[in-house]
Design a binder for this molecule. Structure first.
Ligand code: ZN
Length: 253
C-alpha cells in the first residue's frame, strides 16, 4: 500500500460519490494497493480493511483526529481530539491472528463442531443491500450464514439456521476476538458531568467525510488558481498544499 496523490484521492472521491460505504472503502484501498486484485481486497476481513483505512488516513491527513460526540449522561456535545493510535486494537493473540488470516476458524463445543471465516467487505455489501427490510437479528443471521464454512452436530451436517443461539453467539465472540480491529472504539470522558463511556468509531464514514471536505476545498483552489493564472488542473493538483495556498494568498494581496 502507498499514499495517494491529490489527483488520485480526488478521483477516488469522485468515483465513490454514487457508491455504497463498503464500495467506497474498497475504492480507496484499490487506488492505494494497486498490486493487489480487487477480489483479494474484498476478501480482507473487516478488521484488516479498517486497519488499512486507518493507515491511509494517517498518510493523507496525519495522526490527529477531531470528532464530535454527545455525552450519554448530560447530553453535552463534546469535541474530542485524539490520535489514530487510540483506535489501533491490540493484535489478536498471535497464533489466533495468523490462523484467522490463513484459514477458517473452528469452534468445538458440546455436540457442535463449527468452522467459519471472518466477515469481509462482500458480506457487508450484501447486508447493506438488504438493510431496509432486515432487523439486527436478521443481519446477524445473514452474516453467520455467509461466513459459515461447515457445521456439524454429532457428526451430522447442519445449516446456520439450525445452530442454537448460544452457538451463534459464541461464533460472533470468536470473530470479534480474532479480528479486533473490526470494532473500533474510543474511551471518552465528559468534562461536564464525569460520565465515562465507549463510543463506536467508524473509520470508513469518518475518513470519507474528511475526504469530501478536502475535495471541495481543493476544487475551489483549482478554480481560483486556474481562473487567475490559466494553469491546468493537473498542474495545480501536482503542487503541494503549501504552494497552492501561497499563490492564492498572492492573488488576494
Ligand atoms: Zn456529560
Amino acid at each position: 500500500m502507498r499514499a495517494l496523490s491529490a489527483s488520485e484521492l480526488l478521483s477516488a472521491w469522485e468515483r465513490g460519490l454514487s457508491r455504497t460505504p463498503a464500495e467506497r472503502a474498497l475504492g480507496l484501498l484499490g487506488a492505494a494497493c494497486a498490486d493487489e486484485s480487487p477480489e483479494a481486497l474484498a476478501a480482507l476481513s473487516v478488521g484488516e480493511r479498517d486497519a488499512r483505512l486507518l493507515t491511509l488516513r494517517e498518510w493523507t491527513f496525519g495522526r490527529q483526529l477531531t470528532s464530535l460526540a454527545n455525552c450519554p449522561g448530560c447530553g453535552e456535545q463534546l469535541e474530542i481530539s485524539h490520535s489514530t493510535a487510540d483506535l489501533r486494537a491490540e493484535p489478536a493473540g498471535g497464533r489466533e491472528a495468523s490462523a484467522a488470516a490463513s484459514g477458517p476458524l473452528t469452534l468445538q463445543t458440546g455436540e457442535y463442531e463449527v468452522s467459519f471465516r471472518l466477515p469481509n467487505s462482500l458480506d457487508l455489501a450484501a447486508l447493506a443491500s438488504g438493510a431496509q427490510s432486515a432487523s439486527v437479528a436478521d443481519a446477524a443471521a445473514l452474516l453467520l450464514e455467509s461466513c459459515l464454512v461447515e457445521a456439524r452436530r454429532e457428526g451430522e451436517a447442519v445449516s446456520a439456521a439450525e445452530l442454537p443461539p448460544e452457538i451463534a453467539e459464541a461464533i460472533a465472540g470468536r470473530m470479534a476476538e480474532a479480528d479486533p480491529q473490526a470494532d473500533m472504539e474510543l474511551a471518552l470522558n465528559c468534562p461536564a458531568c464525569g460520565e465515562g463511556w465507549l463510543a463506536p468509531f467508524d473509520i470508513e464514514s469518518f475518513f470519507w467525510g474528511e475526504i469530501g471536505a478536502w475535495a471541495r476545498r481543493v476544487l475551489v483552489e483549482v478554480h481560483v488558481l486556474a481562473s487567475s493564472y490559466g494553469w491546468r488542473e493537473s498542474d495545480i493538483l501536482n503542487m503541494s498544499a503549501w504552494r497552492r495556498q501561497f499563490y492564492i494568498d498572492l492573488i488576494g494581496a
